[in-house]
Design a protein around this ligand. Structure first.
Ligand SMILES: Cc1cc2nc3c(=O)[nH]c(=O)nc-3n(C[C@H](O)[C@H](O)[C@H](O)COP(=O)(O)O)c2cc1C
Length: 219
């Protein structure tokens, strides 16, 4: 796959089939992930791949509880993730779509065939773990695997550690859970605020005199 296709179309694919991911693909995703850079090449990471049905069920219960907690704490229990306050219909619809999709994942976490739990230590900012996470997701995309980067489980790290026998005295943190499976939906280019709206040249406030309304790569 062309690298730009992977970069432009690696989206949050939460809705996936229950079919298992072949071990060869799981290995490829992990092998790509560990090629990523980390500060001083410390590689302070561990990847725990969960495919076992019972373990997925136990983690799924924790994920759902955490998602409910997150929705209550940050969005006052409003299921639309605050879309009504966005003002712009297109953006509000986008937020509603994300909210529905994220809710689907919380309900169906146990049915997703593989979860990559990503742990790091000595990386308080997370700047050394996220390149590896993104590489794992891009490698999945290249094999037609849909992934979603999730972080809510970190609110209930203790519960997750207990389920997975992770030692709690060795400095490990749970940075993310990457859910993975064959997508139910279609791949598409991520819609974002355009480059010229978020870029300055040479000095803060000096906007470019070009604009990029459309993505430079498309199908
Ligand atoms: C650091 C980070 C944390 C995220 N945490 C969650 C999460 O806990 N649950 C979830 O469903 N999506 C999570 N997401 C996915 C975002 O909601 C998603 O990337 C964003 O809405 C853009 O959608 P797209 O990836 O489909 O373009 C997270 C993304 C990032 C980068």
């Amino acid at each position: 796959m062309d690298v730009f296709e992977a970069l432009y179309t690696t989206r949050s694919m939460r809705r996936v089939k229950e079919d298992p991911i072949p071990e060869e693909i799981i290995k490829t995703m992990l092998d790509a992930a560990i090629r990523a850079p980390s500060g001083s090449n410390r590689q302070g990471w561990k990847f725990l791949v969960v495919t076992d049905q019972e373990t997925r069920k136990q983690l799924g219960d924790v994920y759902r509880e955490t998602w409910d907690y997150y929705m209550k704490e940050f969005y006052g229990g409003k299921p639309d993730l605050g879309a009504s306050g966005v003002g712009d219909d297109k953006k509000a619809n986008q937020v509603i779509r994300i909210s529905k999709s994220a809710g689907w994942l919380a309900e169906n976490f146990h049915k997703v065939p593989a979860h990559f739990l990503i742990f790091s230590r000595n990386d308080p900012t997370g700047s050394s773990i996220f390149p590896a996470i993104w590489s794992l997701m891009l490698a999945g995309r290249a094999h037609g695997i849909g992934t979603c980067l999730t972080t809510v489980m970190s609110f209930k790290q203790k519960e997750a550690f207990e389920i997975l026998d992770v030692p709690d005295d060795k400095g490990w943190s749970l940075n993310a859970v990457i859910t993975a499976g064959y997508p139910l939906g279609k791949w598409g280019v991520a819609e974002r605020n355009p480059v010229d709206e978020v870029t300055y040249l040479d000095k803060w406030g000096n906007s470019p005199n070009w604009n990029l309304e459309e993505p430079l790569w498309n199908y």
